[in-house]
Design a protein around this ligand. Structure first.
Ligand code: GAR
Length: 194
């Protein structure tokens, strides 16, 4: 059984979906062990409480550097004996030291078909670019921004009647299928970071 931690910054719908799928046995060999938020009072923390998963706030504003924030993160993950770290809308760039330490045990979901539209406004950027399709990617985190080894990707069409909101909803619904499937691949040892 691998102990999973979920790093969040806000809404936490992907985190909630993953915890739900773990509890239903659809993500196998996994235990939802910890939620860490870099912000207090976010919706994700309420969701974690509802699921009975322990949560910790490590507020980035309390640290004077990225390094000291990441050290606190790392110390917390180690104290809880976490095997796999899942970023779920965690909107902080992690330091090279942190990424190297957890390399191969650190995964992220990104709302585009990478390498297209990296960064923190991927859905908006795809919408503004007027593309006919975009997508969803789950990848191992490396020291670049949204550049790590891809675990699983799925395309999402942009339909003629779409608004930004309908596209966004379709992308999130795709995320809720792709992230669990990708985690099963990792947990079954079928993929690893290059
Ligand atoms: C998700 O769409 C996730 O892919 C995106 O943030 C959203 C979080 O939603 N992540 C990124 O853009 C990372 N670059 P959630 O908090 O409801 O899971």
């Amino acid at each position: 059984m691998k102990r999973l931690a979920f790093l969040v910054s806000g809404n936490g719908s992907n985190m909630a979906n993953l915890i739900r799928r773990i509890k239903k046995g659809e993500i196998r060999r996994a235990e939802a062990a910890l939620v860490i938020s870099n912000k207090p009072d976010v919706k994700a923390l309420g969701r974690a409480l509802e699921f009975g998963v322990p949560s910790v706030v490590i507020s980035h504003g309390d640290y004077d550097s990225r390094e000291s924030f990441d050290e606190a993160l790392s110390e917390c993950l180690d104290r809880h004996k976490i095997d796999l770290v899942c970023l779920c809308g965690f909107m902080r760039i992690l330091t090279e030291g942190f990424v190297r330490k957890y390399y191969g045990r650190l995964v992220n979901i990104h709302p585009s078909f990478l390498p297209d539209f990296p960064g923190s406004h991927a859905i908006r950027d795809a919408w503004n670019a007027g593309v006919k399709e975009t997508g969803v990617t789950v990848h191992f985190v490396d020291t670049g921004v949204d550049t790590g080894t891809v675990i699983l990707q799925k395309k999402v069409p942009v339909l003629s009647g779409d608004t930004f909101e309908t596209l966004e909803t379709r992308i999130h619904e795709t995320e809720y299928d792709v992230y669990p499937e990708a985690l099963n691949l990792v947990l079954e040892g079928k993929v690893s970071a290059r």
